[in-house]
Design a protein around this ligand. Structure first.
Ligand code: NAD
Length: 471
């Protein structure tokens, strides 16, 4: 295994390490591991200046053990067949870990987004969607894309619009893609869901004093120093929730460089500085870190890579000082780097669990789109009056009135955002304890990454075994 080992092979190495510890038939394990289908699409783009360029794009559906398959669409120059297969496989395992009933998929378009006008990006996105419709690689019950690196609600709205224009199954059409704007059938809380899920996962891990002790850390997030790499959708939101919980954000890295202040950086102010100056560098009162990758080596309690894969390698792993690595990005740590960090005694909270908040809330959005009703719409008012009745009864019995501020807080019924956030929190907490339990049962050789793969393999195997296909 070298650092140039293809990404899909790296994912499969972790799969194999876990599979050895499960009781399943080799044929079944092979079926779970392989990537079921990959579609390589090429199409011409007419640019604004009239020139023609060939665009390459892929969609991989790793596993059809549950339908639809689900996974993001990324825009990056690193996209290739190997990358989408690896990311689709991670999606399969991620969905199983958090009990989201989907197979894994991933798509990507090989473009440097900043080189194209908005109109060109729209044409690329719509043509890509059209090609996927033609080959049955998208649909509410078939394969449901979502945002990923370089894409967001705007691209999902374009995909939805294109699918909507072509689809025959009109009633379910909104569920063909998730991460849409609210006005287009999106759900409150989806944009920040991945970052919020990462925060819940790290908070849960840090909340267990007996797990923190061997790392030389106290329990809780308060005062823990944090470095975040990548300030896009995921990285920005993790940093925000960590800061709000009392952690000290001491380092923030973007591709042009990083800024460091051991006393703490104010996230919003750094973001503002970057917007105004076009760079994170030269933030007042902080130290410039260049090249940006050196930020990963800064002294801190928690390091959160939230940019791209293969950031922590055998080359820089020996210099990493963080005691906890919270993998917000997909595949940020190579297997060789993982072994070095493990040897150093670091806790690695793996991507396949930690960044599952996005797909969890995408699942909620998909359910909302199929049911055509906003979460909380039916019960909110009823809940409020039940709570109010309860408060009235308590006041009558005790003869004491609740302060007005408390009445509105205690009687409030749950709206869509409350339900989404609480469903997400519950999912992340349950899944963390499930993988931690497997890790504890097997002893220290089975770290959280291998434990998360064991959890996923067992759940996927069960769905094949119940079909009676494998012995
Ligand atoms: P994004 O495009 O919104 O943000 C990525 C950020 O990383 C950008 O600001 C980019 O400039 C920065 N970046 C790129 N290379 C960098 C480098 N070498 N050093 C520092 N910064 C760098 O993407 P995102 O949606 O936040 O996704 C980030 C990661 O999280 C990806 O691995 C993605 O697969 C994963 N992820 C995303 C979601 C989601 O819901 N968006 C869900 C699960 C996992």
């Amino acid at each position: 295994m070298t650092e140039t080992t293809p990404f899909f092979e790296q994912v499969n190495l972790n799969f194999d390490r876990a599979a050895r510890l499960t009781p399943h038939h080799p044929g079944l394990l092979e079926q779970i591991k392989i990537c079921n289908s990959v579609y390589h699409i090429t199409f011409p783009l007419e640019k604004d200046d009239g020139t023609i360029e060939t665009i390459h794009a892929w969609r991989a559906e790793h596993s059809h053990h549950k339908l639809p398959t689900k996974g993001g669409i990324r825009y990056s120059m690193l996209v290739n067949e190997d990358e989408v297969m690896a990311l689709a496989a991670l999606m399969t395992y991620k969905c199983a870990i958090v009990d989201v009933p989907f197979g894994g998929a991933k798509g990507g378009i090989k473009i440097a987004k900043w080189k194209y006008s908005t109109e060109e990006l729209e044409r690329i996105t719509r043509r890509f969607t059209y090609e996927m419709v033609m080959k049955n690689f998208i649909g509410p019950g078939v394969d449901v894309p979502a945002p990923d690196y370089g894409t967001g609600a705007r691209e999902m709205a374009w995909m939805f619009g294109t699918y909507n224009a072509l689809a025959s199954e009109k009633l379910e059409v909104m569920a063909c893609v998730t991460g849409k704007p609210i006005s287009q059938g999106g759900i409150r809380g989806r944009k920040e869901a991945t970052g919020r899920g990462v925060y819940f996962g790290i908070r849960e891990a840090c909340g267990l004093a007996k797990d923190m002790k061997p790392l030389g850390l106290s329990s809780g997030l308060e005062g823990k120093s944090v470095v975040v790499q990548g300030l896009g959708n995921v990285g920005y939101h993790v940093a925000k929730f960590m800061q709000e919980s009392g952690a000290v954000i001491c380092g923030l890295a973007e591709y042009e460089g990083a800024t460091y202040n051991p006393k703490g950086l104010d996230l919003e102010s750094v973001m503002e500085h970057r917007r105004e100056n076009g760079s994170i560098l030269d933030y007042p009162g902080a130290t410039n870190i260049e090249p940006s990758s050196r930020a990963l080596e800064l002294p801190c309690d928690i390091l959160i890579p939230a940019a791209l894969e293969n950031q922590i390698t055998h080359e820089n792993a020996p210099r990493i000082q963080a005691k906890i690595i919270g993998e917000a990005a997909n595949g940020p740590t190579t297997p060789a780097a993982h072994d070095i960090l493990k040897e150093k005694g670091a806790m690695i909270i793996p991507d396949s669990f930690l960044n599952a908040g996005g797909v969890t809330v995408s699942y909620f959005e998909w359910l909302k789109n199929l049911s055509h009703v906003r979460f909380g719409r039916l019960e909110k008012r009823f809940e409020e009056s039940s709570n109010q009745n309860m408060l009235n009864a308590i006041e009558k019995i005790t003869g004491k009135a609740f302060p007005e501020k408390e009445v509105s807080r205690l009687s409030r019924g749950a709206g869509e955002l409350d339900l989404v956030n609480s469903g997400l929190e519950d999912t992340m907490i349950d899944a963390y304890h499930e993988i931690r339990e497997i890790h504890k049962q097997h002893g220290k050789d089975v770290d959280l990454r291998i434990a998360s793969f064991i959890s996923a393999i067992n759940k996927i195997a069960r769905s094949y075994l119940e079909l009676g296909i494998f012995p």
